[in-house]
Design a binder for this molecule. Structure first.
Ligand SMILES: Cc1ncc(COP(=O)(O)O)c(C=O)c1O
Length: 441
C-alpha cells in the first residue's frame, strides 16, 4: 500500500519532485516492487516491458523529497542550497547578470528531479494529447531516449527500427543497453516500408520496442496520412507487449501537404490498448525552439493517471541517479518562452524559412539531376550516390575540393545534406558543388 505524505508546511507539494511519495517505512526496493505490482494492474504491457533496471527503479524518501515536503517551512535547513535564508539564492553578480530576466529562484536553485512543475504542465498542454502522463524534463532528447532504453530494453529486448538511422541509436540501444537491433530498409519505393516494419515486428515473440523517428534523420521523410494510418493499424494488431518510441525531435517541420503533419504519438495514445502497448514520446526544445545547447527535452508516456505517474517516477529515478536534475536556467528560459505570446509567430517564421530552403533544395536537385531519397520534412535530404562510390571518400573530396561539409551515410549509400543550415540563397551553390564531385565519380 502506498501512502501519500501530507504537506507539513503547506506550501510545497511532494508532487513537485515526483507525483507520489513513498510510505515512510518503505525501503526503495519495497517501493519499487510495490510500484511495479501496481503498474501491472493498471497497464500490464508497461509492467511486462520493464527491464530489470526499470523494475528496480523507485525514488527513496531522499533529500529532494524531504526538502520539497518542507518547502513552505519558516526555517529551511534541508537540501543545502546557498540562500539568503528567505528562500532566494545568494547569487554572484558575475553569473546572475547573464540571466537578468529569469526568476532567480527558478534559474539558480535546483529544479525538481522530474523538472519544473510549471514547465512540465506547459509542455504537456502544448502536446494536446489528453490522458497521457505529465512530461518528465530530460537533459536534451538523447537523454530521454537513453531513459526509455534503460527502462524498456536490454539483451532480451530487441528494438525494431528503420535503417539508415541516427547514429546515436546504436550507441544508446546496442552499445549501452545490449539490445538486439532488428532493422529494416526505411524505404519501399517512394514511401515508408511498412511491410518491412511488419516483418521485423513479427520476429518479436515477447516484449520489444519499435522506434519511430518522423520527421526522420537522416532521410527527411515523414509518413503520409495513409501511411500513418497503416503504421498505427499494424502496431495495434501486435500480439505482444510493445513499447513504441516516437522520437519527435523534428516535430513541427512538415513542408508537404501530403505529410500527416503530426506525431504518431497522439494517434497511438488515443487508440492504444494499455494491456499490449505503451507509447513514449521524446521531444524537446532542441529543434522545436531552436535551443540546441539548452539541453531541455521531454519524455511523455501514453498512460495517464496513476500508471503515468509510476512511469514518470521510474524515469525520474534513473535521471536522479545519473544527472540528478536538468539545468535550471535552461528550464526557466523554456518556460518563459512557452508563456511568451510571441512564441508561436517566431516558430512559424523559422518553419517558413526552412520551408523555403526545402523548396529551393528540391528544385536545385531536380535541375542538377542528382538522385535522392524521398524527403518532405525535417532538416535533411539524403542523396543517393552512384553504385560503387565510397561515401566517406566522396564526403572527404567535398571538403577538400569544394569546401563543402556533408555527412556520409554508408548504410544508404548516401550523403546527408542538412539544408536547415544553409541560407536559401546559397542552396543552388551547395548543390552545384556537390554535383561537381558526384559527376566526376
Ligand atoms: C533523430 C534525433 N533524435 C534525437 C536527437 C537528439 O537531440 P538532443 O540534441 O536534444 O539530444 C537528434 C539530434 O540530432 C536527432 O537527430
Amino acid at each position: 500500500m502506498i501512502v501519500a505524505l501530507g504537506d507539513r508546511c503547506g506550501a510545497a507539494r511532494y508532487a513537485d519532485v515526483v507525483d507520489s511519495a513513498p510510505a515512510p517505512l518503505q525501503s526503495p526496493s519495497e517501493r519499487a516492487q510495490a510500484l511495479t505490482a501496481e503498474l501491472a494492474l493498471l497497464a500490464p504491457a508497461a509492467a511486462a516491458l520493464l527491464s530489470p533496471l526499470g523494475r528496480r527503479a523507485a525514488l527513496p524518501l531522499g533529500i529532494p523529497q524531504q526538502s520539497a515536503e518542507a518547502a513552505g517551512c519558516e526555517r529551511q535547513a534541508t537540501i543545502g542550497q546557498i540562500t539568503t535564508g528567505a528562500g532566494r539564492p545568494l547569487t554572484l553578480p558575475a553569473i546572475a547578470s547573464h540571466f537578468v530576466d529569469l526568476d532567480p529562484r527558478q534559474a539558480f536553485l535546483y529544479a525538481p528531479t522530474a523538472g519544473l512543475r510549471a514547465l512540465r504542465e506547459a509542455w504537456g498542454a502544448r502536446l494536446d494529447a489528453p490522458g497521457v502522463s505529465l512530461p518528465v524534463v530530460t537533459a536534451g532528447m538523447s537523454h530521454g531516449l537513453s531513459l526509455v532504453a534503460e527502462m524498456f530494453s536490454g539483451p532480451e529486448r530487441p528494438v525494431v527500427l528503420a535503417t539508415p538511422y541516427w547514429d546515436n541509436y546504436a550507441t544508446i540501444w546496442s552499445m549501452r543497453n545490449e539490445a538486439p537491433l532488428f532493422d529494416f530498409e526505411f524505404f519501399a519505393g517512394e514511401g515508408f516500408n511498412i511491410a518491412g516494419m511488419s516483418r521485423q515486428l513479427d520476429r518479436l515473440d515477447g516484449p520489444g520496442t519499435l522506434l519511430l523517428n518522423f520527421p526522420n534523420n537522416p532521410t527527411g521523410y515523414s509518413p503520409t496520412r495513409a501511411e500513418a494510418e497503416a503504421i498505427v493499424e499494424r502496431i495495434l494488431r501486435h500480439p505482444h507487449p510493445l513499447c513504441v518510441l516516437c522520437d519527435d525531435a523534428y516535430h513541427g517541420l512538415y513542408f508537404d501537404e501530403d505529410c500527416l503533419g503530426d506525431s504518431l504519438f497522439r494517434m497511438l495514445a488515443a487508440r492504444g490498448d494499455p494491456s499490449r502497448l505503451v507509447t513514449c514520446k521524446v521531444d524537446g526544445a532542441t529543434k522545436e525552439l531552436v535551443f540546441f545547447g539548452g539541453r531541455v527535452g521531454f519524455l511523455t508516456f501514453s498512460l495517464g493517471g496513476r500508471a503515468g505517474e509510476i512511469l514518470a517516477e521510474k524515469a525520474a529515478t534513473l535521471l536522479r541517479s545519473t544527472i540528478s536534475s536538468v539545468s535550471s536556467p535552461a528550464q526557466a528560459a523554456v518556460l518563459a518562452a512557452l508563456r511568451d505570446p510571441l512564441l508561436a509567430a517566431q516558430e512559424a517564421e523559422v518553419v517558413g524559412t526552412l520551408a523555403r530552403r526545402y523548396r529551393a533544395l528540391k528544385a536545385a536537385l531536380a535541375e542538377a539531376e542528382l538522385e535522392h531519397y524521398p524527403f518532405n520534412s525535417g532538416c535533411f535530404a539524403l542523396l543517393r550516390l552512384p553504385a560503387g562510390a565510397d561515401t566517406n571518400e566522396v564526403r572527404r573530396r567535398l571538403i577538400r575540393e569544394q569546401s563543402t561539409g556533408v555527412i556520409a551515410v554508408p548504410q544508404a549509400h548516401g550523403l546527408r545534406v542538412a539544408f536547415c543550415s544553409v541560407d536559401e540563397t546559397d542552396i543552388d551553390d551547395l548543390v552545384a558543388r556537390i554535383a561537381r564531385v558526384v559527376r566526376s565519380l
